[in-house]
Design a protein around this ligand. Structure first.
Ligand code: MV4
Length: 446
């Protein structure tokens, strides 16, 4: 096992990883920007190193400063957390070149999944269902019209190097192809520096359902079921739940087995998430995230598995200590993302937290780095807390959620807590009747 792990991240996730390390008897190194010296993970860690100025580019994305900190402190492994450098294959490569274990997958798998066309082709070849569309890049308007005819309208152009919905354009009929194709290319070029696009049949009202996997280096792969992440706005998830109300046990087992087989075939090692759109009983692969995710805790709550500890064990070359049959799915969990943002405009709201009270009780988990009088800096992601609720079933989980959200006090900044209080009392949310467009459609009437 590792002796000392450097945590190349900040906020709630840095604390989350630090806790896993401490429980496992591993020493920790925190890194931080100037303003983040006051964060709790810096205080809780065995050692800490300031890696640069406040802007992410100067600190949490500052590869040479992070590598220097690792060398200086003699860390034998590095956990990238979520965001920042967690899906940069060049970073993972450099970490390993320095003789430090990168707690994440092989850089080649990070690169593979970073290219959406290669990811889709690879997964399709491994038996994962995908949406009909172009085999790779679409190169001309004529080609686009031909493929659209086969796939069926409406169709969607997507950036090959995209993500987060940028560079996506819908065409409802042949006469809309030229414009959509050109717009998608221009947006892809502007956002990702590469104008390659591909095309898919457009799914009008799907749910976003993702499957969590853990794979060790001995070919053992387990899935921890799904998370329904359909409640989102502008590609920012607001709440996530597991299990999804949209799946039958049969569908769950079916996709779980397909995913396990594909991940084994890929030779992937580590934790990961396959994102699907789910419509009319069918799954369609979108992307694979080759890192820990913000919402991993939802799956932890219903399985009792500590995903971060397993991730560290696997990176250290250990075998998975349980099989798929050992995993017991129990009850229902929902995560509420509390962001320091205006609940209607979603504009970030940095500043001092004047008053703070976190909910508690049976089945209530709070992952957060904030404290009373903490000043939220304007430089980073606005996520300040995750409230994760577990109940014996969805109804109990929602009832506990109403209580917990009512107990929560965060004064001094705007947060998304008020929006969550409305959501847990909304009829569609209570009946589970929602898809990826629900929040944007219903926001003004909440
Ligand atoms: C789609 C789609 C409909 N049809 N693909 C958006 C981001 C990217 N990861 C995939 N996205 C979508 N791909 C087809 N063929 C609709 C979306 C989409 C979406 C997906 C997941 C969660 C929220 C979304 C919001 C708008 C569009």
């Amino acid at each position: 096992m590792f002796k000392k792990v450097l945590i190349a991240n900040r906020g709630d996730i840095a604390i989350r990883i630090l806790r896993a390390c401490k429980e496992m008897g591993i020493k920790t190194v925190a890194v931080h920007s100037v303003v983040d010296e006051s964060l709790m993970h810096v205080k809780f860690a065995d050692e800490s190193v300031c890696i640069g100025d406040n802007r992410s580019a100067d600190s949490y994305l500052n590869v040479s400063a992070i590598l220097s900190a690792a060398e200086l402190t003699g860390a034998d492994a590095l956990h990238p957390g979520v965001g920042f450098l967690s899906e940069k294959e060049k970073f993972a490569e450099m970490v390993e070149l320095h003789g430090i274990k990168f707690i994440g997958p092989d850089p080649k798998h990070i690169a593979m999944m970073g290219d959406k066309i290669i990811a889709k082709k690879t997964m399709s070849d491994l038996g994962i269902p995908v949406v009909k569309g172009s085999d790779g890049e679409v190169k001309s308007v004529e080609e686009a019209k031909q493929i659209a005819e086969e796939a069926g309208y409406p169709v969607l152009f997507k950036a090959a190097n995209g993500g987060g919905g940028k560079g996506m354009k819908v065409a409802n009929s042949p006469d809309e192809i030229e414009n959509a194709f050109k717009m998608a290319k221009a947006e892809a070029k502007a956002n990702f520096g590469d104008d390659s696009v591909y095309m898919e049949r457009y799914l009008a009202n799907p749910r976003h359902i993702e499957i969590q996997i853990i794979a060790d280096s001995y070919g053992n792969v387990v899935h921890l079921g799904e998370r329904d992440c359909s409640i989102q706005r502008n590609h920012q998830k607001l709440l996530e739940e597991s299990p999804s109300i949209a799946l039958t046990q049969e569908k769950r087992d079916e996709i779980g087995e397909i995913v396990r087989k594909a991940i084994k075939g890929l030779g992937y090692v580590g934790v990961g998430t396959l994102e699907f759109l789910y419509e009319n009983g069918e799954f369609f692969f979108m992307e694979m995230n080759t890192r820990l995710q913000v919402e991993h805790s939802v799956s932890e709550m219903i399985t009792g598995i500590d995903i971060v500890k397993e991730q560290i064990r696997i990176a250290a070359g250990e075998k998975l200590s349980f099989s798929q049959e050992d995993i017991q799915f129990s009850g229902h969990a929902i995560e509420f993302r509390i962001n320091a943002e205006h609940p209607e405009t979603f504009i970030p709201s940095p500043g001092r937290i004047d008053e703070l009270y976190f909910p508690g009780g049976n089945g209530v988990r709070v992952d957060s780095h904030i404290y009373r009088n903490y000043v939220i800096p304007p430089y980073y992601d606005s996520l300040i807390a995750k409230i994760i609720i577990h109940g014996k079933d969805r109804e109990e989980c929602l009832a506990k959620s109403r209580c917990a959200l009512d107990e929560l006090v965060i004064d001094g900044v705007f947060t998304t807590a008020g929006l969550h209080k409305k959501l847990v009392r909304n009829q569609d949310i209570n009946s589970g009747d929602y898809n990826i467009h629900w929040l944007e459609k219903n926001l003004k009437d909440l």
